[in-house]
Design a protein around this ligand. Structure first.
Ligand SMILES: [Zn+2]
Length: 439
């Protein structure tokens, strides 16, 4: 049977990112271009169209093999898929869905980028088992998305779940939206930068002036992470304040939605999650109302830059009439009676690992039997929940203390098993998984 694909496109303020994706969620090809600056809708459409054409061309796929195209935009989309407002790019009032339907004659869905990021994580990432998810994505601003009983809440305008603009302090700073004391005015990167600049202007000392330049024109999330690692007191103080604002919001959101998980993504959390997430966990645990119920899990997003694009695919996948929507992209591993390992019809001879995105990597270098954080970081790049290590015959495998710390921090459960048991357990495991085979 001919392989059919979906295309997902994440239209952002700075880049347009597209992927060709199988119905099981495997990314076959991807392509990224800068969003033309100050572009008119027509130009954005042409660029989006070029990304779609490039994906089809590079993977030798014809538009006839497309099951649908999912689009994510940074703004409010109404319940019919029409874009209402996109504050940072010029797509307001564009009926992108209609335009693309006409051109590609396939199913099209258009949605809000943060909502779709949460949906992507629900499909393939950190939210796989959850039906009720509150997602918060602190980047430049603070995006939000809420899934209740498996469905997004969109509200009457498509503007629900803009969680960055819930009020956490009526005496707080003014927000970009015009309100006072919004969560985003504490925990968005623009607010964090504002506080850091003000403190340094007042004479506060920080290694930031070495890391980001004296004028502190731009303070990247990765720079914040470096400063935290160096235990910079000023950055720690400001980031803790941002984390407390997020924690306050989560306590209230927990009472409204009673979710199974709070899902955190976005640049600030990716870089500084180790400081932020424990503050939130602690605040949720302290809430006496939920003392006799279980506290929701606080988890970090796993799909990185692919989350929104894959979420766009998940959205259009939901409206197609695919019979089997439960297949996975993980390869089925077979063990022959003579001890050969067969994957996708091929006999594997060298040591290899399978990442959490289903991609198989043959290891060119020798992988030591004592696994340290360095090897684990490489193998566990795509954020598995479980990491299988297949013991070679007659030898012992172990994980160094540093490696174990890495796994604990990333909340990855290691399982070291002999070959046939490992293959059986891996094949049957429905979680996000990675595996290492020594051959
Ligand atoms: Zn606001």
């Amino acid at each position: 049977m001919l392989q059919k694909y979906f295309i997902g496109i994440d239209i952002g303020g700075t880049k347009i990112y597209g992927g060709l994706v199988t119905p099981a969620g495997e990314i076959i090809a991807s392509h990224k271009v800068p969003t033309p600056s100050k572009a008119k809708p027509k130009e954005i459409l042409t660029t989006t169209d070029k990304v779609i054409q490039t994906l089809l061309k590079n993977s030798l796929t014809s538009p006839k093999n497309l099951l649908g195209i999912g689009i994510a935009v940074p703004g409010i989309v109404d319940n019919n898929g029409k874009i209402v407002i996109t504050p940072n790019i010029d797509l307001s009032n564009t009926d992108l869905k209609k335009i693309l339907e006409k051109k590609y004659k396939t199913k099209i869905s258009v949605g809000n980028d943060v909502n779709l990021g949460v949906l992507g994580e629900k499909w393939l990432g950190a939210g796989r088992k959850a039906k009720n998810i509150v997602g918060l994505f602190p980047g430049t601003g603070v995006g939000g998305g809420v899934i209740v009983n498996g469905n997004f809440i969109t509200g009457s305008h498509g503007a629900a779940a803009e969680l960055g603009h819930i009020m956490v302090d009526e005496k707080g700073p003014v927000c970009t939206c015009g309100n006072i004391g919004c969560l985003e005015a504490f925990a968005g990167r623009w607010a964090i930068e504002r506080d850091l600049r003000a403190a340094i202007k007042k004479g506060g000392r920080s290694i930031l002036t070495d890391l980001a330049g004296k004028d502190l024109k731009q303070i990247k999330s990765s720079t914040l992470a470096k400063a935290l690692k160096a235990k910079d007191p000023l950055v720690t103080k400001v980031m803790t304040r941002a984390a407390i604002a997020l924690a306050k919001a989560c306590v209230s959101l927990n009472h409204i939605f009673d979710p199974e998980i709070f899902l955190f993504g976005g640049g600030v959390v990716e870089a500084c999650g180790d400081l932020i997430l424990p503050v939130i966990e602690k605040a949720l645990k302290k809430d006496p109302f939920f003392a006799r119920l279980s506290t929701p899990k606080v988890v970090q997003a796993k799909l990185g830059d692919d989350a929104v694009m894959l979420g766009a695919v998940a959205a259009v996948r939901q409206i197609t009439e695919l019979k089997s929507l439960t297949d996975t992209y993980y390869p089925l591993i077979k063990l022959t009676p003579s001890g050969k390992i067969i994957i996708k019809g091929k006999n594997v001879r060298a040591s290899f690992f399978i990442r959490a995105d289903g991609k198989i990597k043959e290891s060119k270098d020798f992988i030591p039997l004592k696994l340290s954080d360095e090897e684990l970081e490489e193998i566990c790049k795509k954020g598995p929940d479980i990491f299988f290590v297949v013991k070679p015959r007659g030898k012992q495998v172990s994980i160094t203390p540093k490696g174990l710390r890495f796994l604990r921090k990333k909340r990855i459960l290691p399982r070291i098993l002999p070959l046939s048991e490992a293959i059986k357990t891996y094949n049957n495991c429905a979680d996000r998984k990675a595996a290492l085979f020594y051959l």
